[in-house]
Design a protein around this ligand. Structure first.
Ligand code: NAD
Length: 503
């Protein structure tokens, strides 16, 4: 039995929650009806932030501001080099305020501060990468259509983009979308999660300081039904870039269809790590623990299914369990913490419910399993469930908590069957010393990313997104800016046009 956690209250606990106003047309404004949303730190249990809560009027004002900035503003028309300068300045300012932003994300989401610093550092890199893409975006030309014709394909910014983000990586995910939309010359209405909006508001201030014109980025805190849904169905919004659950993603796509908006969807995952007997088992065990418990398992990419060869299962799982028990669960603001708090009591109960159901269905808790008592906040121990079969809810649904389900196989065909036997297709991992095995798995798994002898690494240069119900489209990579553009074909005819149809 693990000892109860003793959480130290940070300085913020004795202060009033920090207030954030909406950002509309370059101005910081309260909601007209004065409503606010208060966010408590899930790791400490005190009110950390209070955001102005947008409603229908603010949605309309934000979309109109973004539309005006797109139709008549300088941003879509300026040289890409000038846009890149603003993005680079923003990256520098994010870097300067890295500690402050990381602390906000840790306080609001419960993630460990050391991990949050890594995410904000990663975001800085993405903003810089997007700046480079702004300058290399180009279209096509066709001089091979006969002497009288020159065909030119332009890439123009698509217009006003609605950006909707979840709570699990608040600053990182907005940074996977917004800099590319801006690089293309788009304007945006951004809706962060109602639980983790603070760092997105800081980003709004940073962008204004970096020289972004008023109205180009508008930020609304609020709930999905009051803000997300009306922005998505607004006729002046041309594109929806959504990251969140598959359930809400489907609703969002349906709403966006009213005016045939372009959609980009980054949704849930049920990712498998497949471990073969010839793998570097020490590295694989570490990756199994990292994949299962990083960000308390509240991660689209979590390696929540450990698919192990039966011949090594006992020894390998012994090693995984030993590592899992060493994972430090605790105060998100403690530099040594690896697993912080769960996002909410409701969510923790849902995660715990999956473990209870698995036990009823014949699985057994091999390690962890307990809700961790603490003087403040909500915590779960890293948990490993053995005896999981493919039909169990814990093997099929996105648990989104620090719970690793173990399934076993004897042949590569069976391993692949298990890996693919899910409606999701976000990512997968394979561990083997054999190039044949690694390539067979990598080629046959139906997912957007496959890690070979590593897990959950990310680089701005590499596209990221899902197969099947894990999403639609890709983020990052060299085409990330193109996603926020429309193609326009222009045909230039030269000389007299004669002998054509009835003329
Ligand atoms: P969620 O779907 O509940 O909410 C995501 C966002 O959508 C929030 O801002 C929410 O307010 C908003 N929203 C809710 N209802 C809406 C509606 N009707 N119209 C428009 N917007 C609406 O997801 P969550 O709980 O915040 O995040 C966890 C989920 O996100 C998990 O499923 C996870 O896998 C997924 N996720 C995916 C990726 C990826 O890159 N594939 C990354 C991170 C998280």
């Amino acid at each position: 039995m693990n000892a109860p956690l003793n959480i130290t209250m940070p300085a913020e606990a004795s202060q009033a929650p920090k207030a954030y106003k909406l950002l509309i047309d370059g101005k910081h404004v309260d909601a007209r009806d004065g409503r606010t949303i208060e966010r408590s730190s899930p790791g400490h249990g005190f009110a950390v932030s209070r955001y102005a809560q947008a409603g229908a009027e603010e949605v309309e004002a934000a979309v109109q501001a973004a539309h005006k900035a797109f139709e008549a503003g300088h941003w879509p028309r300026m040289k890409a080099s000038e846009r890149a300068t603003v993005l680079l300045k923003a990256a520098d300012l994010i870097e300067t305020r890295l500690e402050e932003i990381a602390r906000l994300d840790a306080l609001e989401s419960g993630k460990p501060i050391a991990q949050a610093r890594g995410e904000i550092g990663g975001a800085v890199d993405i903003w810089r990468y997007a700046a480079s893409l702004a300058r290399t975006l180009s279209g096509e030309s066709y001089a091979n259509l006969g002497d009288a014709m020159l065909g030119v394909v332009l890439r123009e910014p698509i217009g006003v983009v609605s950006i909707i983000t979840p709570w699990n990586f608040p600053f990182l995910i907005v940074s996977q979308k917004l800099p590319f939309a801006l690089a293309a010359g788009c304007t945006a209405v951004v809706k962060p999660s109602e639980m983790t909006s603070a760092s997105t508001f800081v980003l709004g201030d940073i962008l204004l300081e970096a020289g972004l014109p008023a109205g180009v980025v508008n930020i609304l805190a609020g709930f999905g039904a009051d803000v997300g849904a009306p922005v998505v169905s607004h006729p002046l919004v041309e594109m929806v870039s959504f990251t969140g659950s598959t359930r809400v993603g489907k609703m969002t796509m349906a709403a966006a269809s009213n005016s045939l908006k372009k959609v980009s969807m980054e949704l849930g995952g049920k990712n498998g790590q497949i471990v073969f007997p010839d793998a570097d088992l020490k590295a694989a065990a570490d990756a199994a623990v990292f994949g299962g418990f990083f960000n308390a398992g509240e991660c689209c990419n979590a390696g929540s299914r450990l698919i192990v060869h039966a011949a090594i299962a006992d020894d390998f799982l012994g090693a995984v369990k030993a590592l899992a028990e060493k994972v430090r669960v605790g105060d998100p603001l403690d530099d040594r913490t690896k697993v912080g708090a769960m996002i909410s009591a409701d969510h923790m109960a849902k995660v715990a419910g999956y473990v209870i159901a698995a036990k009823t269905d014949g699985g057994n808790v091999y390690s962890g399993g307990g809700q961790r008592a603490s003087n403040a906040g909500q915590y779960l121990d890293p948990t490993i469930v053995r005896g999981v079969t493919e039909d169990m809810a814990i093997a099929r649904e996105e648990v989104f908590g620090p719970v690793l389900s173990v399934l076993t196989f004897e042949t590569i065909e069976k391993a692949l069957h298990i890996a693919n036997n899910t409606p999701y297709g976000l990512s997968a991992g394979v561990w083997s010393a054999s190039i044949d095995t690694c390539m067979s798995v990598a080629r046959s798994v139906r997912s957007g990313t496959v890690w070979v002898n590593t897990f959950m690494e990310g680089y701005p240069e590499l596209p990221f997104g899902g197969y099947k119900q894990s999403g639609l489209g890709r983020e990052l990579g060299k085409r990330a800016v193109e996603d926020y553009t429309e193609e326009k074909t222009i045909q230039f005819h030269r000389g007299q046009r004669t002998g054509w149809w009835v003329g």
